[in-house]
Unconditional design. Sequence first.
Length: 351
Amino acid sequence: MNPIRVGILGATGAVGQRFIELLSGNPWFEITALAASERSEGKTYAEACEWRISADMPAAVRAMPVLSCAPGLDCQIVFSALPPAAAREVEEQFAAAGYGVLSNASAHRMDPDVPLLIPEVNADHLALIDVQRRNRGWGRGFIVTDPNCSTVGMTLPLKPLHDAFGVRRVIVTTMQALSGAGYPGVPSLDILDNVVPFIRNEEDKMISEPRKLLGRFVDDHIAMADIRISPACNRVAARDGHLETLAIEFAHKPSSAAEVQEALRSFRSAPYALGCPSAVEQTIIVREEPDRPQTLKDRDAGHGMAVTVGRVRPCEVFDYKMVVLAHNTIRGAAGGSILNAEIMVARGMIA
Ligand code: NAP
């Protein structure tokens, strides 16, 4: 198969750089267009971008021009790493012009006719694309979104637990990395030797997005899952990787922590079975050590595409509690979006 030609909107930012790193090694896609704000337009990518990923900037993109975020780019699909305010209008313009849009931004996530997708969790929600095209009069174009970076880490393990035991209520506390705030993000003097117990709009997303992700596609809409979530989001001085503690109440009580662990371990990845290059066989890794997962040690598990779960134990208030960790700019952003595109390729929805 010829690689699919892709563009990146917001290519110079934290997530945009991850897209470039991950797509450069991906056999199904070829980067043919880069776009960012007026600040970067007209420069080469190497001139416009302050590269912050430890691997070198791929040679193939260094001399590429940074273009304006407007239809006309030489590509079939675009990955969007735009800030939410810019994303709403720009992504719709691209979809209306016939491009497939795979978005990281929150702008369209909760639109009733836009799939909010984790391919291992709710690939059947891609059926919303037909509804979206009908509603909006789009031909080939579409918008598919991936969830907020903290939502991904929580929802992947909740999926097999919901299927096995019925999740009713969750209390989740996050310890979120600095790269989640983009660059320059939080000033160093605000975060060194400190924890900031507030991330704007984050808790609202963690309440609503899992209910859509774990909801059922019925007729032409998603029936939201009946799960109540109480999040508390904190910014900590880690560079990458969002750590979260979860306390979960189930409708059908598991008999032991071992049964909870077994439900997590036996989770199978549909995109892996379909041969998607970014998918990992073990999407949920369960660790037994009492002090894992740890941000520094476990965030790169499965090339950053796996979620690590540990400390599964009975909860004194709800039923069971655990710790989860996901890489926010890989699994929680660029890697997740690329996997969304791959499952669409594997299903013949992008060609
Ligand atoms: P960022 O580092 O601030 O990068 C923003 C990018 O968008 C830059 O390329 C910037 O270009 C471009 N841009 C800004 N305003 C624009 C405009 N009006 N028109 C066109 N381009 C514009 O942000 P980020 O952390 O990569 O986040 C990008 C998106 O992903 C956001 O919606 C964010 O919420 C979401 N997200 C982030 C994470 C994460 O862990 N960081 C995780 C999940 C989702 P210039 O360089 O030219 O200014």
